[in-house]
Design a protein around this ligand. Sequence first.
Ligand SMILES: NC(=O)c1ccc[n+]([C@@H]2O[C@H](COP(=O)([O-])OP(=O)(O)OC[C@H]3O[C@@H](n4cnc5c(N)ncnc54)[C@H](OP(=O)(O)O)[C@@H]3O)[C@@H](O)[C@H]2O)c1
Length: 256
Amino acid sequence: MTLFQPTALDGKVAIVTGASSGLGAHIVEVLANTGATVIAAARRRERLDALAAQNDRIVGHTCDMSDDEQVIHLVDQTVTDHGRVDIVINNAGVTDGPASALDEPMTTVRWVSDVNLHAPFLLAREAAKNMMHTGEGGSIVNIASIHGFVAAAPNNQAAYVASKAAIIGLTKELAGQWARYDIRVNAIAPGYFPSELTQDMMTSDEAGLGYIKKNTYLRRPGELRELDGPVLLLASDAGTYITGQTITVDGGWTIK
Ligand SMILES: NC(=O)c1ccc[n+]([C@@H]2O[C@H](COP(=O)([O-])OP(=O)(O)OC[C@H]3O[C@@H](n4cnc5c(N)ncnc54)[C@H](OP(=O)(O)O)[C@@H]3O)[C@@H](O)[C@H]2O)c1
């Protein structure tokens, strides 16, 4: 199903983090198929090369999001090579789960915060400076989670939940600070979708998939294509009056 004209993002330059698998790899393809030049960032270079081989609008960029210098370089290189940044999809993410909050090491907690919260903050800020410079605004989309709203326990992951709640707050604050530059900052809070992050749950019948089905009103995990509409709405001119919002895409998990 074609949701948007394949030219809807013509001339736009997008950065997508966590592009080597799962949601990120899918979002890269969606944006590129809608006309954007997409800088696909992650650590696993061979995955990025495979993605880039499918579409000449996709460019791989190796980047460890837990390293501030590399995050800053990601924006600098994009501006040098492509002249601008119009769209950022802050998607790279890691989890500490399953782990009990009572005994997980603080190094793990800090690692999750670095990748899920501090890196998106820095990338948004560096990209926003370029958006302010061009004077044409832009769109930043943070991939949060339903677990920014509701607990994950018994699928314990306290650092993950804290980071996702924080990024929903950060989304509102940056939207407020940067609205005057026509920079929109929004988030998407997915429920459960197939990816490396959820692979163990999706393949274990009772404890995993059964748990997801039981807690989702639509009785199934999401399919990656079901994120296309929300991503394109927020990234494109279809969403020019939407800022500071988090769109939940969860088959109804959070409605009760
Ligand atoms: N799948 C779901 O059900 C679900 C639900 C709610 C929210 N989310 C969110 O969606 C986002 C994507 O997750 P996913 O499910 O697609 O998981 P995934 O398949 O495990 O993908 C995670 C991505 O993040 C990248 N990444 C991890 N650490 C990184 C680092 N230090 N530097 C650079 N890149 C790093 C990985 O790339 P490399 O290893 O190659 O660097 C990979 O591309 C995450 O923010 C996650 O919290 C997912």
